[in-house]
Ligand binder design. Sequence first.
Ligand SMILES: Nc1ncnc2c1ncn2[C@@H]1O[C@H](COP(=O)(O)OP(=O)(O)OP(=O)(O)O)[C@@H](O)[C@H]1O
Length: 250
Amino acid sequence: MQKICVEGLNLYYDDFQALKNITFNIEEKKVTALIGPSGCGKSTFLRTLNRMNDLIDGVKIVGEVKLEEQDIYHKDVDVVSLRRRIGMVFQKPNPFPKSIYENVAYGPKRHGIKNKKQLDEMVEKSLRKAALWDEVKDRLNKSALGLSGGQQQRLCIARALAMEPEVLLMDEPTSALDPIATAKIEELITELKKEYTIVIVTHSMQQAARISDETAFFLMGEVIEVDHTQKIFTIPRDKRTEDYVTGRFG
Ligand SMILES: Nc1ncnc2c1ncn2[C@@H]1O[C@H](COP(=O)(O)OP(=O)(O)OP(=O)(O)O)[C@@H](O)[C@H]1O
């Protein structure tokens, strides 16, 4: 099943074309990795999927992104509810300078949930899903900034999950973390894909190979090849993909 269909997508930062005629589908409840050398447009592409680029001056987008048949760039689309359906986790963990509890409860509260019991339940459920509950259940009212980097990143994942999204976009979520914290997040991603569609930008080909089902290789704003991860890493169709995954460039 396809969750997101991208067709003929072009993106310009003023006169610079950062994405060139991108067409591919993102499968539901799978992990799709976006790989490619620095500056090839991976983050830009990721941000087009929940309209984060709308916030940047001078951006022009041509083409289509459909979330289950709905064109997300249609003028009637409510961007706030779109971002609720398609959540995002960033490279550097960015918890609010508030308590652990408040970080997770923040989104649901903003969406009008006031009932304490309901909020408590949402916070626990989201922290459990983010594999953080056991580590923080006795310190929910302590500052999130006191957590380790890896815990902070899982808290940011819990914060995204509290919005009950369908899709999670992750922009190099482990690049600021040590190998143990990275392994925990990778394990978590593998668990989360049972319920969510995940798109992840990664600089680590080992990571893409370990956790993703599908991989898209980007080069200078184009998608050169997209296929099952195993195929991309063993028998890619394009010479440029092969050169990249075997470390001959990039
Ligand atoms: N806000 C912006 N304004 C102008 N140009 C931008 C902006 N953001 C990105 N770019 C340019 O668009 C191109 C793609 O950038 P993007 O960050 O999407 O690449 P990337 O593949 O994610 O890179 P990296 O792996 O280094 O994070 C680059 O040439 C970059 O300089």
